[in-house]
Design a protein around this ligand. Structure first.
Ligand SMILES: [Zn+2]
Length: 199
């Protein structure tokens, strides 16, 4: 239907989450109409993040270089680790202004049905961090979904076994059940953080 390069662009755009075939077409035609410099700025930005951004060697958050800005910040409290599913979940917790500790990004949630087992997530790395000492509390801030809850329970059990002196807490209820952390507003999330309970 389209010239091959146009079809290629439509195909690539339609792989983006939430972008169906019609939206992909609309975006492709928008890009075709755009001035070359503006269109290529998008291509360059994509290339740039793929070349420069990796995962933090400590917490697996997104990082430019070996460590993320939070792990590199000496003012952050190293005695508390907040465990989240995805790098995108760090942002809403940061926005609350209530949290001053470090993070640990799992890279997903346990979901046996989708073949996601404990060894597919950065759980061993979390245990190693906690066992290396200096950690007093681990806040489990996985999503309030079935898989997020299962992940929190699994990690809580693993931590109790390996580091019985470390306090393990879970965000207080009040977050919309089934929703992702990244959609929670900062007031609700801030309250959930402040009211966290031992698990
Ligand atoms: Zn980090």
């Amino acid at each position: 239907m389209y010239a091959a390069p146009v079809q290629r662009l439509v195909t690539e755009l339609s792989k983006l989450p939430g972008v169906g075939g019609r939206t992909a077409q609309r975006l492709a035609f928008h890009i075709l109409r755009t001035a070359p410099d503006d269109a290529l700025a998008l291509a360059d930005a994509i290339r740039d993040v793929k070349e420069k951004i990796g995962l933090c060697e400590v917490c697996f958050n997104l990082a430019e270089g070996a460590r993320c800005t939070i792990c590199a910040d000496a003012r952050r409290d190293t005695s508390v680790i907040c465990v989240v599913e995805e790098p995108g979940d760090v942002i809403p917790v940061e926005r609350t202004g209530e949290y001053h500790g470090r993070y640990h990004v799992l890279g997903g949630a346990l979901s046996p049905i989708d073949g996601v087992e404990p060894e597919d997530l950065k759980i061993a790395g979390l245990y190693a961090r906690v066992q290396s000492g200096g950690v007093e509390e681990v806040v489990l801030a996985t999503n309030p979904t079935t898989t997020g809850e299962a992940t929190a329970l699994h990690i809580a059990a693993g931590l109790h076994e390996r580091a019985p002196d470390v306090r393990v807490t879970r965000l207080a209820s009040g977050l919309p059940v089934g929703a992702d952390l990244e959609y929670a507003d900062e007031v609700t999330l801030g309250k959930a953080l402040a009211g966290r309970r031992a698990v």
